[in-house]
Each structure stands twice: as structure tokens, then as C-alpha cells.
Design a protein around this ligand. Structure first.
Ligand code: SAM
Ligand code: DTB
Ligand code: SF4
Length: 391
């Protein structure tokens, strides 16, 4: 298949005796999968939900790293402009005192005595807009707003709707992450023109109960279904390095493929271990997962979800240029720009500008979702026309 390579195949000039070579079994397994990959990568419309079984995903994780990176970058170039990245800026619009008990999170009210995080009420609309203008001026195409809520209350909805409309009016794409949504709330946000809703599964169904006890995996999936049905683009990712196993990472990828459609945006967070959180303290005491396993997770996600944006999210601040370059090689094509994420630091803007120059990466322009349109009948002519509902 054009552009894709079979790997470790014995050649006439360098024959290998299959019975003597312990690598032969894994090579033949790899080659079978890589051949399928080559076929899948050339499809015009990949069948994102049915292409890879759980066993295939496990085999991808097991590939030699360079083989995995080569395949991931090849798949990436089939579907996206090479060397182009989407850039988002994040703002916490309501910080801390969250009623959920996520074991990694600085914002959980359950850990506030140990994290000592300073909680903040909702930020005023004017301040959010000023931050969005700054984000646009520095080259971001999407502005993501996060709130430490279990779910938005009825009185929060007019506030978030106003934010969506005002930020979109600046020509930016909008993303929100506000906790759980019911179907009516998702529709309200869609009608306001929200482009993306972020709601992470974080890990496998099995490991989820080690991470959070105040909500279930199924509740998470319900919100994602409401978002999908409303027409908003789905953003849903994970956290790598919470003490989960390779099997949990495989199962998380498999969960994405079980969805009716893979998320359009997939943040692959590397745990930022926060002192005072149960998971952060454990990882700080026992040591962090190899960054290469996070890179593997990015590459497998890219291969399995070829048309999704794969986003470098939390954890970049601690990474070297070379580690980040490998993550882009693995098919990541989106990242958060700005000195702060929600409560933790991010790679600095100046180091990101320098890194983009050194890697030859360019920023993608915003393409905000059109406001919702509904067909109406012209009373005079009887012809059907489209009118803008929201904005
Ligand atoms: N409260 C909302 C929710 O949970 O959906 C939105 C905000 S929450 C902070 C957004 C995501 O950030 C989480 O789902 C998690 O994946 C990620 N996150 C939070 N703390 C993190 C940490 N310490 N390291 C890595 N990722 C983290
Ligand atoms: C996501 O998956 N990562 C971003 C975004 N979605 C909202 C958040 C990262 C948060 C990192 C920890 C913090 O800054 O509090
Ligand atoms: Fe709350 Fe979200 Fe943090 Fe969980 S991850 S504690 S839901 S802010």
C-alpha cells in the first residue's frame, strides 16, 4: 500500500530462518495488522467505529515504538494537513469546591483541606471576554471554558449561553466543560452555537471506580450521548499515568470505538500529580509512568480515530522539546496554548512559539460552527428558506 511499510520482513538478500528467530511470531502478527492498517488508512471514509477490535488495539500498543510512530504519522497525513496544529486556550470560569471527588483533581471540594486550592466564584462575563480577546490575539482559534460543577444549575445556563454568544462573536470557536448535562441543557448550548463540549471518560470502565466515587461511567456516557444528539462536536479524552494498567488504556480506546461516532476532539492528558489529591500523592510517592507510554497512547488513538483531533493537554509543562516532538510525530495535532490550564501551569507561550518554529508547525485557523438554522416557509411565495435561530 502506497506510503506504508511492512516491517521486519525477511528479504532475499537477508534471509531469516523463521524457526530460529524469536521475533518472527511477533513480526508476523505485526505485519498482519500493519497490512490491515495500510488498507484502512487509504479508505476515503474510514469506518471509525468498527475498524479495530480490542485485540487489534492491544496489538497496536505492543508494536515496536518506531513502527507505531511511523504508522500513526502515515495515518495522520492521510486525513490532516501535515505540520498544522489547532491551538486552544483554556480559562477556568468557576474554580474549586467541586462536589465530585475525582482523585486526581485539585478542584474537588473533597480534597480542599489538603490541596489548599483557593476557590473562586463565577468570573464576570466582561473578564471572560477580555481573556478570549487576548487568546485570539496570540493565535488561538478556540476558547475553552471550564467550570468545577457536577452540572450547571438552571441559574448558570443564561450565563454560559451569554459566554458562548459573546466569544463566538469574536470569531473564535467555543468549547465548554461544565460537568454533566441533561438533554435540554445540551440543546440550549447547541442553540447558542457551542462548537465543542469536553467531557472525559478519563480511563476504562473497570478503573473508573478507583478514580471517582460520586458519579458513574454510565452517567458520563449519558452526557456524551446528549452532546452528540444535540449536534455539538464531542470532545472526550483520558488521563494517562493515574496508576491504570495498559489494559485500562486499551479499554479506554475501545470505548471510543464503541460510540456511534468517535469524538471529534480527543485530549490525551498526562497526569499532573497534584499534592494533596489521593492519586497525585500516590504517584508522587511511587513514581510516574514513562512518557513513552503516553506517546504510545497518542499514536494508538490517532490510528484508531483517524479523523479526530488528538490533543496534547495536561502535562506538557514537564516535557522536553524532544518528548513533545515525539507526541506530534505520534499524530497529535492540537494543544493548549497559554501559561495556565485550569489551575496548573502550562508550557509557556514563548517556549511554545519557539518549539513551533523549530518543529516547523503552523497554526490552523478557526472554523466556528454555524449558528443553528431552521427551515421556514415564506408566507408570500410558499418557498422554504433557512433562518438563523441562535445569535
Ligand atoms: N468538571 C468538569 C469535568 O470533570 O468534566 C470539567 C473540568 S475537569 C478539570 C476537565 C478534565 O481535566 C478532567 O476530566 C480530567 O481529564 C482533566 N484533569 C483534571 N485534573 C487533571 C490533572 N491533575 N492531570 C491531568 N488531567 C487532569
Ligand atoms: C482536558 O481534557 N484537559 C483540560 C481540558 N480538558 C479542560 C484540563 C486540564 C486540567 C489540568 C489540571 C488543572 O489545570 O487543574
Ligand atoms: Fe470536579 Fe471536574 Fe475536577 Fe472532577 S475533574 S473534581 S468533576 S472539576
Amino acid at each position: 500500500m502506497a506510503g506504508l511499510l511492512r516491517i521486519s520482513e525477511p528479504s532475499a538478500s537477508n534471509p531469516t530462518d523463521a524457526t530460529d528467530n524469536p521475533n518472527d511470531l511477533s513480526n508476523s502478527l505485526n505485519n498482519e495488522l500493519l497490512t490491515r492498517l495500510a488498507t484502512d488508512a487509504t479508505k476515503d471514509e474510514p469506518s471509525i467505529t468498527s475498524t479495530y477490535s480490542r485485540e487489534d488495539i492491544a496489538k497496536l500498543f505492543d508494536l515496536p515504538l518506531m513502527d507505531l510512530l511511523l504508522q500513526a504519522q502515515t495515518v495522520h497525513r492521510k486525513h490532516f494537513a501535515a505540520n498544522e496544529v489547532q491551538i486552544s486556550t483554556l480559562l477556568s470560569i468557576k474554580t474549586g469546591n467541586c462536589p465530585e471527588d475525582c482523585g486526581y483533581c485539585s478542584q474537588s471540594g473533597h480534597h480542599r483541606d489538603t490541596t489548599k486550592l483557593q476557590a473562586e466564584k463565577r468570573i464576570e462575563v466582561d473578564k471572560v471576554i477580555a481573556a478570549a480577546k487576548r487568546a485570539k490575539a496570540t493565535g488561538s482559534s478556540r476558547f475553552c471554558m471550564g467550570a468545577a460543577w457536577k452540572h450547571p444549575s438552571a441559574k448558570d445556563m443564561p450565563y454560559v449561553v451569554e459566554l458562548i454568544k459573546e466569544v463566538k462573536a469574536l470569531g473564535l470557536e467555543t468549547c465548554m466543560t461544565l460537568g454533566m448535562l441533561d438533554d435540554q441543557q445540551a440543546t440550549q448550548l447547541a442553540d447558542a452555537g457551542l462548537d465543542y463540549y469536553n467531557h472525559n471518560l478519563d480511563t476504562s470502565r473497570r478503573y473508573y471506580e478507583q478514580v471517582v466515587s460520586t458519579r458513574s461511567y454510565d452517567e458520563r456516557l449519558d452526557t456524551l450521548a446528549h452532546v452528540r444528539d444535540s449536534g455539538i462536536n464531542v470532545c472526550s479524552g483520558n488521563i494517562v499515568g493515574m496508576g491504570e494498567s495498559r489494559d485500562d488504556r486499551i479499554d479506554w480506546v475501545h470505548e471510543l470505538l464503541k460510540m456511534p461516532k468517535a469524538p471529534e476532539s480527543i485530549p490525551v492528558n498526562l497526569l499532573v500529580p497534584i499534592a494533596g489529591t489521593p492519586i497525585g500523592d500516590k504517584v508522587l510517592a511511587e513514581g510516574q509512568l514513562s512518557v513513552l507510554e503516553w506517546i504510545r497512547t497518542i499514536a494508538v488513538t490517532r490510528i484508531c480515530c483517524p479523523t479526530s483531533y488528538v490533543r496534547l493537554s495536561a502535562g506538557r509543562e514537564s516535557l522536553s522539546d524532544a518528548e513533545q516532538a515525539l507526541a506530534f510525530m505520534a499524530g497529535a495535532n492540537s494543544f493548549f496554548y497559554g501559561d495556565k490550564l485550569l489551575t496548573t501551569g502550562n508550557a509557556s507561550q514563548s517556549s511554545d512559539n519557539r518549539l513551533m518554529r523549530e518543529l516547523g508547525l503552523t497554526a490552523q485557523y478557526a472554523t466556528p460552527r454555524a449558528p443553528k438554522q431552521v427551515p421556514v416557509m415564506d408566507a408570500m411565495s410558499g418557498h422554504q428558506s433557512q433562518v438563523v435561530l441562535a445569535e
